[in-house]
Ligand binder design. Structure first.
Ligand SMILES: Cc1cc2nc3c(=O)[nH]c(=O)nc-3n(C[C@H](O)[C@H](O)[C@H](O)COP(=O)(O)OP(=O)(O)OC[C@H]3O[C@@H](n4cnc5c(N)ncnc54)[C@H](O)[C@@H]3O)c2cc1C
Length: 453
């Protein structure tokens, strides 16, 4: 008889991707971008005389602005929220170390963001923390059956949930599978095995996950946002983009108009799906259909502070939250903070409880079951960061849906050489869902603007 040992690999992506394996026994344009550019993609010697307007000051919009500034182009960034950063943010005064409200892991160093880390001597640590599984109401170091079934060839275009059932993973594996899909920001019933696998094949930034000693937000703030801050108009919600004439007219929620020759739109895909921005003329039907085929589900992070560390570094498979992580991993000082990383149906359920206190309470109850009441006994404080209820984000990050086909490619195409589309969901190189993927689209769309004249 073989004794099977399960080993979670925190490679490639931490919560975005964990594969469960069964084994027997000045202003620099980062070099990785320039080196991967063909001549046409490169901005060397390129110039543009018109005015560019960027919508959204998340990673993609900030980076587009940073590149435009380096090329001396006239630009402005309009941001709906009262802060820049989008799905990057920083929580201070909760623990004795700074906490990332949104993105926190650098997924592989072989990227523009990896170059920024190196060039700025930013301190990062490899995250190779251990996992426990909540399985059949017990905390185990391994689960009995191979669940590494979602990668390979000839995979069907069906959901993770259905594919797990087809492969004999019974009900008891439901929340382990929810965790794997949750890494992708999706419920297991919505994520396509085929398309997720296809999109992942392009991943090239490296297999290791790193944590920032400060925060991911600090890197982007210091290296990118600080250079374009004076060009950002905050609390400016774009409502209408009229591109019917040669000058594009953008109207914001205060009825103020802004004009530009080119517009780079980097808002989350949910904003485009829900028609929060009106386009005149309407966008081509092929494009809006493509928007609708890209998935983006609910997601939240809940931080819980305790007076003692009773919990494991990662806990996989909870029914309230399928993925918990010790937030202090990679930090130089460490209060006892546990992150509940909640995606898909679980995020919907917790949101439906109606208050942050109720959300924290539901999670504490689950942790009490796992750790014999120690959660409630040592609980000090909670902070809920719910991206689903943020009106300018409306979810976590994009995922691959059943039947999505070329949706990302079509969604990312420019319209009339005037409208350009960036943001993580528009990344077609397998780096969607990530900060570095968003940054890549910011650069790509500046190149597209320059090539459009
Ligand atoms: C909980 C969570 C954890 C994550 N963890 C990681 C991680 O560890 N590592 C990683 O690499 N990635 C992670 N991600 C994903 C990463 O945060 C995103 O992929 C990336 O930040 C997206 O950048 P963006 O510029 O495409 O979009 P955003 O950051 O969403 O920026 C878009 C901006 O557009 C603005 N906007 C919206 N509507 C309008 C409007 N009408 N007018 C003007 N502005 C508007 C928004 O306010 C927002 O600031 C995580 C995401 C979440 C939610």
């Amino acid at each position: 008889m073989h004794s099977l040992q399960i080993d979670i690999q925190m490679n490639k992506r931490h919560f975005l991707k964990q594969s469960v394996l069964v084994s027997l026994g000045g202003m620099l344009i980062p070099s990785s971008i320039l080196s991967s550019c063909t001549k046409k993609d490169s901005l060397e010697g390129a110039t543009y005389k018109g005015k560019v307007l960027i919508i959204g000051a998340g990673a993609a919009g900030l980076y587009a602005g940073y590149i435009l500034k380096s090329k001396g182009v006239d630009f402005e960034i309009l941001e709906a929220s009262s802060n820049y950063g989008g799905r990057l943010g920083k929580l201070t005064n909760f623990a004795n170390f700074p906490i990332d409200l949104g993105a926190q892991w650098l997924h592989g160093k072989n990227s523009t963001v990896g170059d920024l880390v190196n060039n700025s001597n930013t301190k990062i640590t490899l995250d190779d923390s251990d996992s426990k599984y909540w399985f059949n109401k017990k905390l185990l170091t391994q689960v009995p059956q191979n669940v590494n079934i979602f990668e390979g060839d000839n995979l069907p275009d069906i959901s993770y949930k259905d594919y797990a059932i087809q492969n004999g993973l019974g009900n008891e594996y439901q929340y382990i599978v929810e965790n794997i899909a949750g890494d992708q920001g999706a419920s297991a019933s919505k994520l396509s095995v085929f398309y997720n696998n296809l999109e992942e094949k392009n991943w090239s930034s490296g297999e290791d996950d790193f944590k920032f000693q400060e925060t991911y937000y600090d890197l982007m703030d210091r290296q990118i946002a600080s250079t374009v801050k004076d060009k950002i108009s905050l609390s400016t919600i774009v409502k209408k983009i009229d591109y019917s004439q040669s000058t594009i007219i953008i109207t914001d929620s205060n009825n103020k108009t802004h004009t530009a020759d080119k517009v780079i739109i980097t808002v989350p895909i949910t904003i485009l799906q829900s028609n929060d921005i009106q386009f005149i003329p309407s966008l081509p039907a092929e494009k809006t259909t493509a928007f609708s085929k890209i998935g983006m589900g609910p997601g939240m992070k809940v931080f819980l502070k305790f007076s003692s560390k009773f919990f494991d570094q990662n806990i996989i498979g909870g029914t309230v939250c399928a993925a918990y992580a010790d937030e202090s991993v990679g930090k130089s000082i460490n209060d006892n903070v546990l992150l509940a990383f909640v995606m898909g149906n679980q995020a919907d359920y917790l949101t439906s409880l109606g208050s942050d206190a109720a959300i924290a309470n539901a999670i504490l109850q689950e942790l009490d079951t796992m750790y014999n009441g120690q959660a409630t006994a040592t609980f000090k404080a909670a902070h809920v960061q719910n991206y689903s209820t943020n009106p300018f984000i409306k979810g976590a990050y994009s995922y691959s849906t059943i039947g999505m086909g070329d949706a990302r490619k079509i969604a990312a195409q420019s319209v009339d050489k005037k409208l350009f589309f960036g943001g993580e969901a528009m990344n077609i190189n397998g780096h969607h869902q990530t900060v570095h993927g968003a940054v890549e689209t910011g650069y790509r769309e500046v190149v597209n603007v320059f090539n459009s004249i």
